[in-house]
Design a protein around this ligand. Structure first.
Ligand SMILES: [Cu+2]
Length: 324
């Protein structure tokens, strides 16, 4: 799991304690939100690792330093400049040096954040060549998955009825509000491109373990990608308020081995990449043979037609003015 189960009291102990807690509480529950967890969900894709690093190494230190600075200043003002310790208030209204400083320092901080932020955005945007393309369509209130290249369409994924209620979910051992009937099946270690769209209103395809969050907008195809580092089931949820059952349209991705993925595709009535490649090769041989036959036939025709050539030319020149 690796999610830091920090209590508020232990927060003060700082980042080091957080790291220790993270290791200590790591157990088999992965790809799920966890009770009392405070940190981001553990990542299982490169994009998520980068997003977590950006959060932990850039954003958190900046936030912490600014918060402590402001807190320190507040305490200093309260203690040093209250009515008792400072009965005569100062009368000056501004200080140019300090105003320049409190304008420029935030600008520098924002530029530093932007630098790392854009690097991460770029990584999301520069997708490697996908091994598998999946189309995820948001409906009120479920998801449907297609594998457009492999000929599998309309796999509907709905919340399990027993997952709707905490008690029945626990009894059935399915994750509360997350368990679905048909998970999105993808192979481990492969680049999966997810094309995201909406059928009726705007939804959002979000899954923390892979760092995914992409709007599903009707009439528009957004895309995102991930490469799952391990097999297992990972959960996310629709993340754009989309109506009364918004909370009941989870996203579940089951990561399997490439062999299991191929078997799933075949079972679902599609064709694997290998099957398509074999078919394409056969079609190419067929086409080459047809072209060779046609060439042989046309050379034979040409030989027999040589005698008629002057008549043919006359016909072409007679037809030419009509074309203009
Ligand atoms: Cu939705």
């Amino acid at each position: 799991m690796g999610i830091r189960r920090l209590t508020l009291a232990s927060l003060g102990a700082g980042l080091a304690a957080g790291m220790a807690a993270s290791a200590a509480f790591a157990k088999e529950l992965e790809g799920l939100p966890t009770d009392k967890a405070i940190h981001l969900q553990k990542g299982f894709s490169e994009l998520k690792h980068d997003a977590v690093s950006f959060h932990d190494l850039i954003l958190m230190p900046v936030i912490t330093v600014i918060t402590l600075l402001v807190l320190g200043l507040l305490i200093w003002i309260v203690v040093r400049y209250n009515k008792r310790t400072n009965p005569v208030a100062a009368k000056f209204s501004h200080n140019t040096a300090i105003e320049v400083a409190w304008t420029l320092i935030p600008v520098v901080i924002l530029v530093v954040i932007a630098f790392f932020s854009f690097a991460l955005l770029r990584k999301y945007n520069d997708m490697p060549t996908p091994d598998v393309v999946v189309k995820a369509t948001g409906y009120q209130w479920y998801w449907a998955y297609d594998y457009p290249e492999l000929g599998v369409e309309g796999v509907e994924s709905r919340l399990l009825p027993e997952a709707r209620d905490l008690k029945t979910a626990h009894a059935a051992k399915v994750p509360y509000l997350l368990g679905v009937d048909n998970e999105l099946i993808v192979p481990v270690g492969k680049v999966v491109q997810v094309q995201v769209t909406g059928y009726d209103v705007i939804h959002a395809f979000a899954l923390p373990a892979f760092g995914l969050k992409t709007d599903a907008v009707p009439g528009r195809l957004n895309s995102t990608w991930f490469r799952a580092e391990k097999t297992g089931i990972f959960y996310g949820q629709c993340s754009e308020l989309c109506g009364v059952d918004h909370a009941f349209m989870p996203i579940a991705i089951r990561v399997v081995t490439p062999e299991q993925f191929d078997a799933y595709i075949v079972k679902a009535g599609g064709k694997t990449k290998a099957m398509l490649a074999t078919e394409a090769a056969a079609a190419r041989i067929e086409a080459e043979k047809a072209a060779a036959d046609a060439a042989a036939a046309s050379s034979a025709t040409a030989a027999s037609a040589t005698a008629d050539a002057p008549a043919g030319e006359a016909a072409v020149s007679a037809a030419a003015p009509a074309v203009q």
